[in-house]
Design a binder for this molecule. Structure first.
Ligand SMILES: O=C1C[C@@](O)(C(=O)O)C[C@@H](O)[C@@H]1O
Length: 902
């Protein structure tokens, strides 16, 4: 009787034949050119066992310990895996990595979000063979187990090529497993999951640090050799420790989060940022554009490619600085449009990362940590030069091989942009560009000294043409300025490229060094800038010579841009926090604009604004959000659907398209021909929902939303929910007929939203009659709730003191409640929800929404990124001065403002 259990539909002969084919294919593939052939014969039985022991680790480490000391270099794949990184939309996604890295939690998130089937190797083995791996090993000899393992793995991958998330066990990367995975990675994303040593150690319990370090060192090359992507799971403080003491195999990070929530009333959820980072990473890596849009907050600038915008900046940050000191990454990014990580080291000193000693692991960890703290695209730039620890020694040059290895490592991390140094030969660059996947390539050329004819040298044109021929998406050229005239020359060069016939690549061209600063100010896209905390290292690390503020100052003082005036227009706007918020943002960015209150008892007050040639735009407050509509020349589709406008943008040229407010010229004064209306309230609400929604409540077809009220804010709230893909939306309002009208409005609109499977209009708006009723039986309890009713007394109407009926807040995983009121801040509804935080309820209020809608408004007003942390801070500070609520501690909220990048 055969001991091998075959998965259904497959016969052992097929599998063996296939494995043989794989072996032959791989033998052929790897022997080509390199001479590093990996034939099946390259492995001995002894290797097999050794590798298994290396990676097949029981949680107490006992099985691993005896053979550990024997280990030598583990990987036989001397070529790193190079694939095109292009996949079919529904290709199954594989996660690999050692135990304790959080693979299972990440897989659950992915499967839940994408609606994919989750296949876990260990469970699959048990399903197929009827035994756990441990039981199988006890019963059979190691070669028998390995043969069975190979068969199971092969069927697990080949029978589930589409619509699955497959989590491989550590046993899956022994010999056959590696071969299968490498083959699979040609057509499927295979993601290597890493984590810091401390968190892995707390998972493996009895292991000492040295053992875990050695395991990481040995396993890293094996996992890298058979994966095409890499994701470093950055632990949130407190999560790693939570897993201690839990012995269930399936106790995941997610469970830890639920436990965590039970113990604390932390308003923001522990795994939120990991979920955001991972889902975005997967959507980008797999080239799933609609999913990527779902993952991004709907801020206007997020929807616009950087290269199509004018005067954008990349904050350049050397990895050496991040390794040397504890820098505030959010501050480094602040108002930049991109974050450029410059790889300027050749080894990662272990002490600085605290854990990893390997450069590739170090880069992976730094990139993940940077991503955790930024919202802008990442540019991964490997500097050809390497800084030396000794400041007096000249930087050394990297070899082509080491350069290639580092850029390939970058591509594994799925950055939005990667640079390729055009001083390397075509063959090396083509290799990189062929495997770029969704990443855009910037061809980079930095001359050590000015070319003989400076920017008029024909060499620059040939470098540009070469970058184009190689398939770069953008070109970046720079040389040190020898004289101030070089700055005029570079402008000429940029202009000449732009006027070449045919379509041309976007060009970034500037002079480096203090003399070149002028050219940096006028370079239109992705000008490299230095962030204030790095200025002391500018010279030694060859960093850019200007800050964003300096570059912006120059544009205004040279009359390229004009100072503009902005307003908040309403009947009673004296209480508004918007002036303080926007003025602080202008000042930080080096913009000479002003933002003031413009109060008027009638709509006519608007005339005064449009007669002002420096009018830049206005926020619209009550009661004019709907009244203003007939006066508009155009409206965004969002404002049209909601039926309310809270942002006005002046139109100075009726010829330009007004579909998108960002396409209109910004910061240029002149007569006004019309007004364009937009709405950012829905963006503020949408973003607060996203921030407060725990991974356990990820939006699915069964998710239910509830909106309280039927006024302007309720309209925006429903629109946000539809946009987020909520299909079952309920309205409760004191006046029933108003709820019905609102429901009919959205049902008639039949909006198309970006659902998981592409655009759909599959939503339904229901009306609830009485707060006394039980929750409708056919629907899940709501997990997303928005209240748009004022909380204060209006005229002789008393404050409504609204609280949700207890029978409507029975969701077992809690949910998020956004109360749009902030007068008072601590409404009875917010108090009710905060008291339920132990059940997973998260409360966000009007002071959370106001800055979020303000960021979007700032983008529409200026075409530039808003300084988010600053605007959030100002709103809380100003509010504190205006109103005191003894019950509510705004100070703690102010102190916890970091880490909300969405
Ligand atoms: O509702 C509001 C508040 C606001 O009007 C203010 O007064 O700050 C600003 C508007 O953009 C926003 O839609």
């Amino acid at each position: 009787m055969s001991i091998l259990v075959r998965p259904p539909k497959r016969r052992l002969d097929d599998i063996e034949a296939l494995t043989d084919q794989n072996h032959r294919r791989f033998s052929r593939g790897f022997s080509q050119g390199s001479g590093n052939s990996l034939g099946i014969n390259g492995y001995s039985e002894a290797d097999y066992g050794l590798l298994e022991d290396r990676l097949e680790v029981s949680r107490d480490g006992s099985r691993f310990a005896p053979r550990f000391r024997d280990l030598t270099s583990p990987s036989r794949f001397e070529e790193s895996l190079q694939t095109q990184r292009k996949f079919s939309q529904n290709a199954s996604i594989v996660l690999i990595g050692i135990r304790g890295t959080g693979k299972s939690s990440l897989a659950v998130m992915l499967a839940a979000t994408y609606g994919r089937r989750l296949i876990e190797a260990d469970r699959y083995f048990q399903q197929v063979t009827g035994r756990s791996r441990a039981a199988y090993k006890k019963e059979y000899t190691p070669p028998q187990y390995r043969r069975q393992e190979a068969i199971v793995m092969e069927s697990m991958l080949m029978d589930h090529q589409h619509d699955c998330v497959i989590v491989c066990g550590s046993g899956d990367v022994e010999r056959n497993g590696q071969i299968l995975l490498r083959e699979y990675a040609k057509t499927h994303p295979v993601i290597h999951i890493l984590r810091d040593l401390g968190s892995i150690k707390s998972y493996l319990r009895t292991w000492d640090t040295e053992k875990v370090r050695r395991l990481l060192k040995l396993s890293g090359p094996i996992y890298r050799a058979c994966s095409n992507f890499e994701f470093f799971n950055v632990s949130e403080k407190g999560i790693g420790d939570q897993t201690l003491g839990k012995d269930s195999q399936h106790y995941t990070q997610w469970d830890a989060e639920v436990d965590q929530r039970a113990q604390t009333s932390a308003p923001f959820l522990m795994l939120k940022r990991l979920q955001r980072d991972f889902l975005r990473f997967v959507a980008f890596a797999t080239g799933n554009i609609s999913e990527l849009r779902n993952q991004l907050s709907p801020f206007p600038l997020h929807m616009q490619p950087i290269e199509s915008r004018k005067f954008t900046y990349a904050a350049t940050v050397p990895i050496s600085s991040l390794l040397e000191r504890d820098l505030d990454i959010e501050e480094l990014e602040s108002t930049a449009d991109a974050f450029e990580l410059k790889i300027d080291v050749s080894a990662t000193p272990s002490a600085q990362l605290g854990t990893e000693s390997n450069l590739m692991d170090g880069i992976s960890q730094i990139v993940a940590t940077v991503r955790r703290n930024i919202i802008v695209p990442l540019i991964y730039h490997v500097d050809r030069r390497v800084v030396s620890a000794n400041q007096h020694t000249e930087p050394s040059r990297r070899s082509g091989a080491s350069y290639l290895e580092l850029v390939q490592q970058g591509l594994r991390l799925g950055p939005e942009f990667v640079t390729v140094d055009l001083s390397f030969e075509d063959s090396l660059l083509s290799q990189i560009i062929a495997s770029k996947g969704s990443t855009k390539v910037i061809g980079h050329y930095s001359a050590d000294q000015s070319l003989p004819k400076g920017w008029d040298d024909p060499e620059y044109f040939s470098i540009y043409e070469r970058a184009k021929r190689l398939g770069c998406d953008m070109v970046r050229l720079t040389q040190p300025a020898a004289s101030i005239d070089d700055n005029f020359a570079v402008e000429r060069f940029r202009h000449q490229v732009k006027t070449l016939p045919g379509s041309q690549l976007p060009v970034i061209a500037y002079n480096s060094g203090p003399l070149g600063r002028k050219s940096c100010c006028f370079n239109p896209i992705l000008t490299p800038v230095i962030s204030r905390p790095l200025t002391s290292e500018a010279v030694t690390k060859e960093l850019p010579s200007i800050t964003i503020k300096e570059a912006q100052d120059a544009l205004y003082s040279s009359f390229v841009l004009d100072p503009m005036q902005f307003f908040v227009f309403g009947a009673n706007t004296t209480y508004s926090l918007s002036p303080a918020m926007h003025n602080a943002a202008f000042e930080m960015r080096g913009m000479p604009h002003t933002y003031r209150i413009h109060q008027s008892a009638t709509l006519r007050g608007l005339n005064e604004l449009v007669e002002n040639p420096n009018f830049g735009g206005s926020s619209v407050s009550l009661p004019y959000k709907t009244e203003v509509i007939p006066l508009l020349h155009s409206m965004s589709p969002h404002a049209r659907a909601i039926g309310a406008v809270n942002t006005l943008i002046p139109i100075r040229d009726l010829e330009t398209s007004t579909d998108n407010s960002l396409d209109m010229e910004k910061s240029r004064s002149g007569p006004i021909k019309g007004l364009h209306g937009d709405n950012t309230d829905w963006i503020g609400i949408c973003n607060c929902i996203r921030r407060g929604l725990s991974p356990a409540n990820a939006i699915r077809p069964s998710t239910t939303g509830l909106v309280i009220g039927a006024g302007g804010m309720a309209r925006a709230a429903i629109y946000s929910m539809i946009h987020l893909g909520v299909q079952n939306i309920f309205i409760w309002n004191r006046t029933f007929v108003n709820s019905e009208k609102l429901a009919q409005h959205y049902m008639r609109l039949n909006l198309h939203t970006l659902g998981r499977s592409g655009p759909s209009s599959n939503y339904h708006i229901h009306v609830l009659e009485s707060l006394q009723n039980s929750w409708p039986a056919n629907y899940k309890q709501p997990t997303i709730i928005c209240s748009g009713i004022p909380a204060h007394r209006i005229g002789d109407q008393p404050a409504p003191n609204f609280r949700l009926p207890s029978q409507w807040i029975e969701s077992p995983t809690g949910g998020v409640v956004v109360d749009l009121a902030y007068k008072p801040l601590n409404t009875p509804l917010m108090r009710q929800i905060r008291s339920l935080s132990h059940r997973g309820w998260v409360a966000l209020d009007g002071l959370d929404v106001l800055p979020e809608q303000g960021f979007a408004q700032f983008e529409l007003f200026t075409g530039c990124r808003a300084p988010r942390r600053l605007m959030r801070t100002i709103v809380l500070q100003e509010y504190k001065e205006e109103e005191q609520d003894a019950d509510y501690d705004l100070q703690t909220r102010l102190e916890n403002l970091d880490g909300q990048p969405m």
